[in-house]
Design a protein around this ligand. Structure first.
Ligand code: 3PG
Length: 305
């Protein structure tokens, strides 16, 4: 079987080496398509692939249609908003993700971004400390829970909300359950966003939530840019000159935000939450193992469609 690894943002070389070992040891062939700049390159490369490993690469209906031999696609990571699941299902392609494998990297970045903003983007201006402050975690999944435990170790109070978890589970995870989203945003000095991009969440964080944050609060987004209502964010930053926004996923209006709000806004140059060698190895190797196992035993654990 031909296994294509298509990554606009390549895995660390240690991860590629590990993926190759797993795939070739099982008797399959590994093909790499890295740093491609045009979707047509993926469409061409996937034509004779039996399996596909991607990161945030867009697996559109066009890609799936072009992949006449494709049996399985694995998103090496958690969020699968880049996969057209209906197209996969329609063409009999099993789609999977590798939940939890890169969570620690994203959680570490969320904490780093909080400190970066608290310390005035590492300028000499007087900053503040995160110890003693309250952190609100929006979605208490793999990443959210890790952010919570790291924040507690740094002396923060932690609150959380998750529509899929009862309060007891949030409390068991070490956080105080927030009553609702408004409660989370209005009582936390920092809010860290860990929701996926779904039809329900897209554009869901806007003026109403952001503008009710306490004096000097910071909103941290290491999730997806799509969950933000960008016009609402801009309006809230305008109305509340004390509020800051830091994100690993630059909004489309980032240049306007930077121009208007200067150092109150920061976006990483390229999405880097999961960009550690460890996360690449964990997620990449898990993807390779899931594919080998699928071909060997038909195991469809982590199937999304
Ligand atoms: C994820 O959903 O797993 C993260 O957003 C990481 O995405 P990436 O692999 O494209 O960096």
């Amino acid at each position: 079987m031909k296994v294509l690894v298509a990554t606009q943002k390549p895995f660390a070389s240690s991860a590629v080496k590990g993926i190759r070992e797993i795939v070739e040891k099982a008797g399959h062939e590994l093909v790499l398509l890295e740093k491609y700049t045009d979707q047509s390159e993926l469409v061409n490369a996937v034509a004779d692939a039996d399996a596909l490993i991607v990161r945030s690469d867009k697996v559109t209906a066009k890609v799936v249609e072009a992949a006449k031999k494709l049996k399985i696609v694995v998103r090496a990571g958690a969020g699968y908003d880049n996969l057209d699941l209906d197209a996969c299902t329609g063409h009999g392609v099993v789609a999977m993700n590798t939940p939890g494998q890169n969570s620690n990297a994203v959680a570490e970045l969320a904490v780093a971004l909080m400190i970066f903003m608290a310390r005035t983007q590492f300028t000499p201006a007087t900053g503040s400390e995160i110890q003693g402050k309250t952190l609100g975690i929006q979605a208490f999944g793999n990443v959210g829970r890790l952010v919570g435990s790291k924040a507690k170790a740094l002396g923060m109070k932690v609150k959380a909300i998750d529509p899929f978890l009862p309060d007891e589970k949030i409390a068991e995870g070490g956080a105080e359950p927030a009553k609702d989203l408004k409660d989370l945003y209005s009582t936390c000095d920092y809010v860290s966003v860990h929701i996926p991009a779904t039809p329900q969440t897209i554009g869901s964080i806007g003026y109403d939530l952001i503008s009710c944050m306490p004096e000097g609060a910071t909103l941290v987004n290491t999730a997806r840019k799509e969950v933000m209502d960008e016009a609402g964010l801009e309006k809230a930053l305008e109305a509340r000159p004390d509020i800051k926004y830091v994100t690993d996923v630059a909004p489309d209006n980032i240049s306007v935000l930077k121009e208007k709000f200067g150092t109150r806004v920061f976006a990483t140059p390229k999405k880097m939450g999961a960009q550690t060698a460890e996360a690449n190895v964990n997620a990449g190797l898990a993807a390779a193992r899931q594919i080998v196992d699928f071909f060997q035993t038909g195991n469809v654990k982590f199937k999304l469609n």
